[in-house]
Design a protein around this ligand. Structure first.
Ligand code: ADP
Length: 284
């Protein structure tokens, strides 16, 4: 009888465990289908907004009923910006699909570090002025003048981090600091030579601690709901982290809600091979 009782108790425990697992699984399924629904709604919105501007404004330009030159230029500029937004979105989707297929091409060229501040200033000074946010690029005296890495990818990562910094900052400042990383970082990344540490710090809305890792996953946003305040697809940071990994570096975040965020990009100053086509699929 005792044996039967123990057997029944064990069965009851097993059943309870199976029931819990099933409930867990169904919760996850519901969550992922909600993510999918939100993502599709958000992506459609991201496509429709610039397309609508293009269609409406180009129609107005075609009809051109008594517009003056300034108005024509203004409308044409909005059409141009909307086109550029669409192209960026499509490029992000293409990059992500290449990453997932393990078909990203990484080149190695000589990148002049001293040219980076000017490039970033010319791109983001107008954004800073429009938002009334201060923008500074500081370079330490000891950074290597030239590094060998993929200059295009490096620029793409920095542009993405800066676009986010400005997007999520309404007042205060965005500061880029180009420095040499502490030696421990070079060791961690198995680099012989110096490692560049480029930080992008903002005084924006910040990121809750429990979201600071998932934002690097594709389609993940702190607020991914359809009635969110900020637009976007949640692709930028996952592409940044993957490009950083392919350049042999690391991308980290430190942030506090209401105070701001600092993204630090570590990039080795030398890459081993001249040119390589990476065919390994990205790790899960
Ligand atoms: P997107 O900006 O298109 O949403 P990203 O992958 O670039 O996609 O960013 C993912 C999410 O990380 C953003 O939606 C936002 O919630 C958060 N995030 C990224 N950068 C910042 C930042 N500088 N300040 C606050 N939140 C940020």
């Amino acid at each position: 009888l005792e044996e039967q009782k123990q057997f029944a108790e064990q069965r009851a425990r097993d059943l309870k465990k199976a029931k819990d697992e099933l409930e867990d699984y169904s919760r996850q399924l519901q969550l992922s289908s909600q993510y999918k629904t939100d993502f599709l709604a958000n992506m459609s919105h991201e496509l429709r907004t610039p397309l609508n501007s293009i269609l409406i404004l180009s129609q107005m330009l075609m009809e051109n009923g008594g517009m003056d030159q300034d108005e024509i230029e203004e409308y044409a500029r909005v059409v141009n910006t909307a086109g550029a937004d669409l192209l960026r979105l499509i490029d992000d989707i293409l990059d992500l699909s290449k990453i997932e297929a393990g078909k990203i091409e990484i080149l190695t060229d000589e990148v002049n570090v001293t040219e980076l501040p000017q490039m970033l200033k010319s791109l983001f000074d107008p954004v800073a002025a429009k938002k009334n946010v201060m923008f500074e690029v500081l370079t330490d005296a000891n950074v290597p003048l030239v590094i060998s890495t993929d200059g295009q990818r490096l620029q793409q990562i920095l542009k993405n981090l800066l676009s986010n910094a400005f997007k999520f900052t309404e007042q205060g400042s965005v500061t880029v600091h180009i420095a040499v990383s502490p030696p421990e970082k070079a060791e961690q990344l198995h680099c012989g030579g110096p490692v560049l540490a480029i930080s992008v710090a903002d005084t924006g809305i910040g990121i809750p601690h429990d979201k600071q890792q998932i934002i690097f996953e594709a389609f993940q946003q702190v607020d991914g709901t359809t009635n969110r305040q900020y637009g976007g697809t949640g692709l930028g940071l996952s592409i940044c982290r993957e490009f950083t990994r392919l350049l042999g570096g690391a991308l980290e975040v430190d942030s506090e809600v209401g105070k701001g965020s600092t993204f630090t990009l570590y990039i080795p100053s030398t890459r081993e091979s001249e040119h390589e086509l990476l065919t390994d699929p990205a790790p899960e």
